[in-house]
Ligand binder design. Structure first.
Ligand SMILES: [Zn+2]
Length: 197
């Protein structure tokens, strides 16, 4: 069945969805009333239309500034740098951090040809320039893999000429782990044990 195959192959591209799950979801959707499919498609389109990147930290937002950047109750002197929006969500869930963020949307990878200009690194430095000394600490919270290490090293070097303390979350994190798959306790101790770079 051509349309079923097409649906399954589109679902298979989603993270965490294998061929089996794609098939199960497809058959489930086809069993449900048509309004449910319409609502699903409409919510997807609405999210695509309305959600952009925060102009300050590059997290997802429906406004020019995201909820976190607009939240006056956040600790305004610290920026935590993460690779992806999902990492920010994981850190927020762990409740181990109350400062601001910067989302890079990638990591440096010489092997795959990802250079500093391909991630949102420059805008972090511009943010620090604009902040006029308000930012006192930058916490590097990259995944503990080769790309994450290379990215942290690059940022630490770039940040050397700024009057900020640069720290890195602690090594309690298993090597090769994804930040957004870690349990809250591990993330909390990683933040508490952060060290100067
Ligand atoms: Zn923001």
């Amino acid at each position: 069945m051509r349309s079923l195959d097409r649906l399954i192959s589109n679902l298979k591209r989603l993270p965490g969805i294998g061929p089996k799950q794609a098939e199960r979801i497809s058959l489930h959707l086809l069993r449900r009333p048509p309004e449910e499919t319409r609502e699903l498609v409409a919510s997807l389109e609405e999210a695509r239309r309305n959600i952009r990147f925060c102009r300050e930290c590059h997290y997802l937002s429906e406004e020019p500034l995201c909820d976190i950047c607009r939240d006056g109750a956040r600790e305004p002197h610290t920026i935590c740098v993460v690779e992806q929006p999902g990492d920010l969500v994981a850190v927020e869930k762990s409740r181990s951090y109350r400062g601001l963020y910067h989302v890079l949307h990638g990591t440096l990878s010489p092997l795959e040809g990802v250079a500093p200009k391909d991630i949102r690194a420059e805008s972090l430095l511009e943010r620090l320039k604009r902040s006029d000394g308000r930012i006192r600490e930058v916490v590097l919270a990259m995944d503990p893999d080769m790309e994450g290490e290379a990215t942290a090293l690059y940022l630490a070097q770039q940040l050397r000429s700024y009057p900020v303390k640069v720290t890195k979350i602690a090594r309690g994190i298993p090597l090769g782990a994804d930040l957004d798959y870690l349990d809250e306790g591990t993330l909390t101790s990683a933040f508490e044990g952060r060290r100067e770079f």
